[in-house]
Write a protein that binds this ligand. Structure first.
Ligand code: CP
Length: 324
């Protein structure tokens, strides 16, 4: 049977209410969200609990895979700003199995003001957005992780001092070309900076996404197989767990090849990057695999500030999505 039309009740939501990919937004909107994140962060850090824009609102959170940061940062952030978040784990929801995604979208839209979802297949988040009548926020798919990249951008503004400038900001990712790399590339389509992905042959990011970032013509984009050369002059060296979307066998093979071929971010690699380079990682990290203990614990490691900023960046995303 053919798909039914999009939501048949309530107000049609404007397309900009969803938060699915960074490059769905222009630079001014992204920077405005980041400014808002910093403002609300300052308010929360001051201990004030008087700003309650989500009062009386509920958020459904769909998790098709385990998560610590995404769950706790969304739930805490929504609560601190007056709202109530409802966790739906793999045992609570049959989405894409016994219940179709389009039905889940329409039912949850009847109870909630916003839906956040962490799913495997990117098509699932697109379907949720298509059939829901409330904003949908992408909490990670096999293609991208836009909430993480907004938190990373906020962290870079705080530490490096800026987010943009092809000559001034160089972000070097070391690892496989995964959903985090795609998110960096999509950000580079809208905000100008210098992005380098150093990955082993055969683990390059999606070519269409690389081309999209290059076509936008505002950022310098490099894909290389040489991590030692790549990190020279970096402001930020960024790493991630290998094969993060549950590919266990691939993960095991990669761990072995990682140690053999020096793809691990260690003190030597950080030395090549130079003394002003920060280390970032979206976590969870497998210490001793993609990054050493010494690098994570070093003073220029900002991984925990990055983790905290998930909550602040997402608060701004939710405010934008709800038109507040
Ligand atoms: N970085 C991240 O998304 O962490 P979790 O898997 O813990 O949510």
């Amino acid at each position: 049977t053919s798909s039914p039309p999009a939501p048949a009740f309530g107000k049609e939501k404007p397309q900009w209410n969803d938060f699915l990919h960074i490059d769905d937004f222009d630079k001014a909107t992204i920077m405005k969200m980041l400014d808002r994140a910093a403002e609300v962060k300052a308010l929360l850090k001051s201990g004030e609990r008087v700003y309650l824009p989500f009062k009386g609102k509920t958020m459904a959170m769909i998790f098709a895979k385990p998560s610590m940061r995404t769950r706790v940062s969304f739930e805490t952030g929504f609560f601190l700003l007056g709202g109530h978040a409802i966790y739906l784990g793999p045992d609570d929801i049959q989405m894409g199995k016994r219940e179709e995604t389009r039905d889940v979208a329409r039912v949850l839209s009847r109870y909630n003001d916003v839906i956040m979802a962490r799913v495997f297949a990117h098509q699932d988040i697109l379907d949720l957005a298509k059939y829901s009548s409330v904003p949908v926020i992408n909490g990670l798919t096999d293609y991208n992780h836009p909430c993480q990249i907004m938190a990373d951008a906020l962290t870079m503004i705080e530490h490096v001092g800026q987010l943009e400038g092809t000559k001034k900001l160089q972000v070097v990712y070391v690892g496989d070309g995964n959903n985090i790399v795609h998110s960096w590339l999509l950000l580079a389509s809208v905000v100008p900076f210098h992005f380098v992905c150093a990955c082993p042959k055969g683990f390059e990011p999606d070519q269409k996404t690389v081309e999209k970032a290059r076509r936008a013509g505002i950022s310098k984009i490099e894909i290389t197989n040489d991590p030692k050369e790549a990190v020279r002059g970096a402001d930020v060296v960024y790493s991630d767990v290998w094969a993060s979307m549950g590919q266990k066998e691939l993960h095991f093979e990669l761990n072995l090849s990682l140690i053999d071929s020096n793809w691990q971010v260690d003190e030597q690699l950080m030395k090549l990057a130079g003394p002003r380079a920060y280390f970032m990682h979206c976590l969870p990290a497998e210490r001793g695999v993609e990054v050493t203990d010494a690098v994570i614990e070093a003073p220029n490691s900002i991984v925990f500030a990055q983790a905290e900023n998930r909550m602040h960046a997402q608060n701004a995303i939710m405010l934008h999505a709800l038109g507040l």
